[in-house]
Design a binder for this molecule. Sequence first.
Ligand code: ADP
Ligand code: ADP
Ligand code: ZN
Ligand code: ZN
Length: 751
Amino acid sequence: MAEWNQEYIVLSGARENNLNDVSLRIPKRKITIFTGVSGSGKSSIVFDTIAAESTRLLNENFSMFVRNFLPRVPQPDTDSIENLSMAVIVDQKRLGGGSHSTMGTITDISPILRLLFSRVGQPHVGAAHMFSFNDPQGMCPECSGLGRKLGVNMNKAIDMSKSLSEGAIMLPDYSVNGWEWNMLMQSGDYDPDKKLSDYSEEELDHLLYSKARKVKMDFAGKPTNVTVEGVIEKFTNKYIKQDVKTKSERTQKTVAPFISEGPCSSCHGARLSQATLSCKINGLNIADLSSMEVGELLNVIQNIDEPIAAPIVKSLTERLQHLVDIGLDYLTLDRETDTLSGGESQRVKMVKHLSGSLVDVTYIFDEPSVGLHPRDVHRLNELLQKLRDKGNTVIVVEHDPDVIKVADHIVDVGPYAGSRGGNIVYEGSYQGLLESNTLTGNHMKLPLQLKQESRRPSGHLSIKDASLHNLKNVSVDIPAGILTVVTGVAGSGKSTLINDIFLSEHPDAIVIDQSAVGVSTRSNPATYTGIMDDVRKAFASANKVNQGLFSFNSKGACENCQGLGVVYTDLAFLDSVKLPCDVCGGKRFKEEVLEYKLNGKSIADVLAMTVEQALEFFELKEVVRKLQAMSDVGLNYVTLGQPLSTLSGGECQRIKLASELHKKGSIYVMDEPTTGLHMSDIGHLLAIMNRLVDAGNTVIVIEHNLEVISQADWIIDLGPDGGSKGGQIVYEGPPAQILHAESSITGRYLR
Ligand code: ADP
Ligand code: ADP
Ligand code: ZN
Ligand code: ZN
């Protein structure tokens, strides 16, 4: 009996958040996928119970001393969990790390590449650390290994179409008749009436970069010695070489527009010293290889046939192949990790684990399909299978039907969200799920419908000749007043086109992304949406007292817990525990405040209501409007007082959407709004987008979800592939015609 049980992780009586005494078995060394509507309780099982317990057990292995440095994890509310192995959580948190952390360093590929150069690079320059831009011996001395330097923004500083007397120099102090301008004139070196574009190269170089020299000048009849210097040279010495932060705030403000960051002029962004860059393999230095797309780099590495390099080549090949397999072939090793998207970050982390040698680990993934085009989902599936076949247990929270298909075991949580969820409604095979009468099972069976009648645009927002990152001189008209979906495989250029190019010209657009809305434990949906203000006023006027009383951040706060509702207690030799405050019982308010009622409910009762319950309770027009907006975006199950720090990325995005819904005549930009949404919720999301459009707004959505794509008025498909193989428009038009567009990968998947 005991042995048979070891084949499963056995969970009994789980009660975190909305869980209803959940008990279940998860087969070990298999792929188990958790499905169910948002808010049904998937994360409460997988993250708040299983992952939390594993982390806690792991921490217990450390000495008290070490444990003091680890995050404190309280015991999850559950009767027992058996046979848990070490859990590794591969989430979508972005890889921070600043400019010294790159794709190459985070995947451990860079150290191996350095080893390769130290073994077979010519001429031989020394040891492997010479090839590291984080090492004083290897880094470019000019930029300290950053690859970038501050410099003068020439477009802002100089107007080549003008002469000096027309104000060609736009830097401070050089205005016509200004002090510096007069010195240039008096030096007699420059023709004041010749346009700079007509200067010879030599003349221009002298004007901009000549070294300081003493010149005799006549000031008010007195001969005086002054120093004249090239315009850019002078500005650089005065404001860039010296830390501009030591200047007055006013000066900083005046010069800031003229300073910009660009590639270092010594290493041209390669970050390495000249000696290191002179060392090559087959004519290429380490910076050349690091700036190649991974797919291309793999070819180059495989062509190195020095026998002494064979083991290194093999290990590089294996790691690069993993990156290609997961669909990241368009990234380069020198790409800074803090510029990767959430989905890309998660896939990079996945690769790190594939190359590792751990077995019998429980890997936990949170919607790994985020950011992946349907074309690339099979690659993700293969990686999940590889992890399993190495002897690991794989647990995935996922909504994408194409990922759900590869599960060995499915756990469907529901039936609905919040208090109406928290149960297991189905456990078993994929086939069984299709036959089950659950929300997930039923939605998996629905066929895709293409929108037949598109709305007419009210105008166009044009993008002209965009060429940032991989974009190939893209010009495109984004229709105004209708629903446009921008799609294409990962790395094709969607975010570059919309977030970097379009939004820089339309800063007034309302952007609804997945970044956190606030990490404070003191903000919640009621404060974020502004409902709290109306509610406090209502309580104050009903009871004829001050509104401040009804805030747990001010006068009304329970004095014992300062309005947090919990108290952290440090127990010697034990983890610090978070206990509900024993004065207010977790209600956060002073007892006297709770005596004041509105239609029989206290302020704490109101904050404990779900959006759905609050909609039944309130009649105030403003409150109802805001609640309805939250309900419309599928957040019925959230309570008004739930700390925002506990919301997922998808939930954050929807709460932003809810609070921006009433604005009219605007441009809305949404980045993968289906993240975290169950198939049955996508209909609601589409309804909201359509309402926004019907109210006269322009809605632009970056999406891979086929249901959303098929319901667009207009599709802009980027591609054909990712990275240098992408960056072009492969289709623009209504959904019906994309089926016939040969080069559109999206079209192929809609068929
Ligand atoms: P899912 O992962 O299926 O979207 P969750 O497990 O995140 O669902 O949430 C289940 C329920 O528990 C929801 O009603 C959610 O609002 C609530 N919940 C989740 N985390 C917390 C928390 N830290 N505090 C209070 N309620 C929470
Ligand atoms: P998508 O949104 O379609 O996934 P992106 O616009 O993010 O594609 O990327 C398009 C190309 O531009 C890719 O080759 C990507 O690696 C590159 N890229 C994106 N952001 C940056 C950046 N901050 N720095 C350098 N290259 C970038
Ligand atoms: Zn440099
Ligand atoms: Zn308290």
